[in-house]
Design a binder for this molecule. Sequence first.
Ligand code: PLP
Length: 376
Amino acid sequence: MAELVYLDYNATAPVRPEAAEAVAAALAEVGNASSVHRHGRASRRRLEDAREAVAALVDARAGQVVFTGGGTEANNLALVGTGRPRLLVSAGEHDSVLAAAPRAERIPLRRDGRVSLSKLAAMLAEDARPTLVSVMLANNETGVVQPLAEVASLAREFGALVHCDAVQAAGKIPVDMPALGVDLLTLSAHKLGGPQGAGALVVGEGVSLQPLLRGGRQEHGLRAGTEALPAIAGFGAAARAAAETLPAAAALAALRDRLEREVTALAPEAVIFGAEAERLPNTTCFALPAIPAETQVMALDLGGVAVSSGSACSSGKVRPSHVLEAMGASPAEAAGAIRVSLGWRSEPTDVDRFLEVWGALYRRHAERPPVESPAA
Ligand code: PLP
């Protein structure tokens, strides 16, 4: 069988060798970072080294980083922990934001996938309660990059705090927390080549936060429980490697663009979501309204190519993506959408293989005679 091709980096990235080594090194040593003896102090050094690397990735200070069990937990800590009575979240947020704030008001998306700044301004103006605005930096399905600096300066005019889920952006495009002007920023290790189960909430100066987990003073009292040192050490190593390889991440746009050019040359009816907006260099999400996404994903899997569908599968029922719906996609478009996401190990031959398998599927469908409708 031909070599397997992994094009699902937005779901999770392969662990970078530097991260795997850091995990193994942390596992090989005994020590609790809260202990005062030499083993504890060595663990503390390892923990603080990772904290510095993660902070540097987003131009923050190490003291601002609160390690969590992943991006989902960091998003929950931000939305619940700030205790703001009013929450405004973009309609394209990840479920870990939407479900953490079930009563939040949704900021609509424009057709290009970006939040409507005029709608946000109107929402901020109509209610004076203390507010938290949560807008992701880049969308996990479409890769669309949000105008975060504009969102933050608008929110600031109205005295609102701003949280930004930067889980998908970090390691793919530069993320400068002070330049974005946000108060809280979420990161996740496994999206940038670290292990699953580690994340961080980066907390701006003067932001007051209540912990979700109590029972220990770890992480400045904001996340009780012994830190998952091996996963966090891997996170730190991955953050360092991701920062060093940002130019290579930017260069993935050429591969992604070639993939899109060849897809649309073969299938002019294909719809590429968010193509008019700035997008992550590694991500494309496109629909073929005539072929259900699950059919495409399964055919690609049989051909050894791993991608995701743009629909979310919950309790066995496939429902259309809320992100594509919020962008105004038709039900047929949303049902036919697949996401292809590249990353640090992607090669031009991966795109060749995708095009070979996907092209064969498309031709099979295109050549199939249309189904006759039964005579009335
Ligand atoms: N936020 C975004 C935008 C994501 O894509 C994901 C993961 O899919 C998360 C948050 C959750 O991160 P984690 O898997 O670390 O809980």
